[in-house]
Design a protein around this ligand. Sequence first.
Ligand code: PLP
Ligand code: COI
Length: 342
Amino acid sequence: MQRADLDWKNLDFGFRQTDYNIRYTWKDGSWDAGVTSADQYIPLHMAATCLHYGQEAFEGLKAYEQKDGSVAVFRDIENARRLNRSCEKIYMPQVPEDLFIEAIDRVVNANRKYIPPYGTGATLYIRPLVIGTGARVGVKPADEYLFLVFVTPVGPYFKGGLTPIDLVVEEVFDRASPGGVGDVKVGGNYAAGLRASFKAKAAGYTEALYLDAKEKKFLDESGPANFFGITGEGQYVTPRSGSVLPSITNMSLQEIAREMGMNPQSRAIPVEEIFGFVDAGCCGTAAVITPVKSITYRDKKVSYGNGSEPGPWCTKLYHRLVRIQLGEDPDPFGWIRKIPQP
Ligand code: PLP
Ligand code: COI
């Protein structure tokens, strides 16, 4: 396969142009057959609902060149399901699961030369999105939608990959509220998180860690990733909350933790428990597992691991997950789907 000329080992998590994206239009109650487009831009009506009333939902998943040279995606059916939960919540049409899968196959195959080579640590990030394109001025759902999927080769979301990061507990700004849309992947949640993220970075931290918006007592998640802690008993615990995005990576890590005898538990976690953890991490498609070096809450800071090195639990979980994703370990869970060659 002819490969693009990129510095694969040093890619950051940024947008890099590829050749094609796939676009399906919804009109009069159904999706069309979709087109392969080389255009990076979308012709959009100025009154489109995505611009004014936030009718936008997206997904994030990755394609991996496997050890055997084939190309696979990780649990994409779960992304299809979550996209539909997002669409349902903001009154957008459902994307049939087989259409979603077809779109993934089409976009990966159309951009094969941008799939990072096995062993470089980079992956092909796949970004599906649905937007309301129909024109409205009154607040109501659009009558036309676009389902678009593009890809871009990426490196780690947090610089350094498995390099530990510093979190700060955010007590003023909320990302999402109970009964709102924090449990789905809609664009507005990310706009709402920008203030806390900028505040955290300005104070020297890597990211903010949110508390539940109602009581400000329990851990929620970080802006772009779920959070987990490892208790002194070696148990994997992760916040259960109506305003956290159900992360597919986190779901998978709970399975892996079960396999490793870490008795995973998803429950409300009082913020004070951070002081009892022996290791902690952020997890997500983009973040994979990013170990947490420290968490600052009010005037107290707790540190995990020995500072610069990831803790042992994060390291073990990370390697097991990535080995399955790259086809280095057999996949006992049925998480890997090979992309059929055209
Ligand atoms: N939490 C938020 C807010 C996210 O944006 C993401 C990324 O998708 C995640 C968690 C992790 O989810 P996943 O593991 O499905 O990528
Ligand atoms: C992902 O992990 O895929 C995300 O969407 C997180 C982020 C880039 C917002």
